[in-house]
Design a protein around this ligand. Sequence first.
Ligand SMILES: C[S@@+](CC[C@H](N)C(=O)[O-])C[C@H]1O[C@@H](n2cnc3c(N)ncnc32)[C@H](O)[C@@H]1O
Length: 291
Amino acid sequence: MDNIQEWSKIKLKILDYYLDVYRNIMKSTEEKYSVKWNYTYIDAFCGPGLHIDDDKIIDGSPLIAIKKDFFNEYIFIDTDVKKMNNLKKTIQTNIDVDLKNIEYIKMDSNRYILNNLDIRNSYKYVCFLDPYGSHLEWQVVEKLVQTENADLIIHFSIMDLRRNLENESSKERIDKFFGSTKWCGIVHTDKETLFGKQEEKITDYENNLLNHYIENIRSLTKKIFVTEKPLKLTNSKNASLYYLIFTSPKEAGLKVATQAIKKFQKEANDVPKKYKNRMDSSNMEPDNGLF
Ligand SMILES: C[S@@+](CC[C@H](N)C(=O)[O-])C[C@H]1O[C@@H](n2cnc3c(N)ncnc32)[C@H](O)[C@@H]1O
């Protein structure tokens, strides 16, 4: 189990809240129109299911979803076999759920979603796409959004991009994340100098990358709503770590997301303050790990 950081706790709180509101809206829509849908929750980078929070154990994203007692089926994916085994054991021993409705997939979620996942029209999907860095491939987002049947929560890791944009060995991964090489033109510009044209980094490239990604999502289909202002998570030193981007084929889905962001953005902004207070009282450097 990993020691959870403040920003990750907020990520889990927002997921918890979002799923509650999503469930309530879907139930009342079903009642209103006398319809019944099936629901699948996909957690594509699911982790071990439990995290350590100081002296407590708290639920990770798969357990938060399963405890809503709402989805008809769950697909949990992680490359880490040990984490998957722990998750399976925790669910089998602690949760009252029909185990045949849960799939545990131990492989790269990009490959699984692209090659093995059959999307059924009669189902509605909520997909939590929460890797450590920019490991979610664009083609996956494209496939899920184009079903027009899936609500997505996407972890957009600006920290990973900031660290690796100039790194030749990361270029292929970042190309796959954005689905093209166009991001390069958003980060750099050619400037005329006394010595001829020189490449320069654009000052606001982080916002530009985020907007480029959001615009690309919007261009995938007409039936898509994307949060104008994603939730921004920062670390103890007030450096931006990642954004949570919400997408939905329905306007009501966007409302759920906007409500959730509104509720948690202030708490997310206060993360550095929380660490500062903790340091003031303990005189310790906070752990700056990404999780
Ligand atoms: C940020 S953690 C997930 C935390 C979890 N969503 C939670 O909030 O409780 C990211 C997880 O992605 C897994 N992972 C990394 N690369 C992956 C990949 N290509 N496919 C599937 N899982 C991957 C890691 O093993 C790790 O458990």
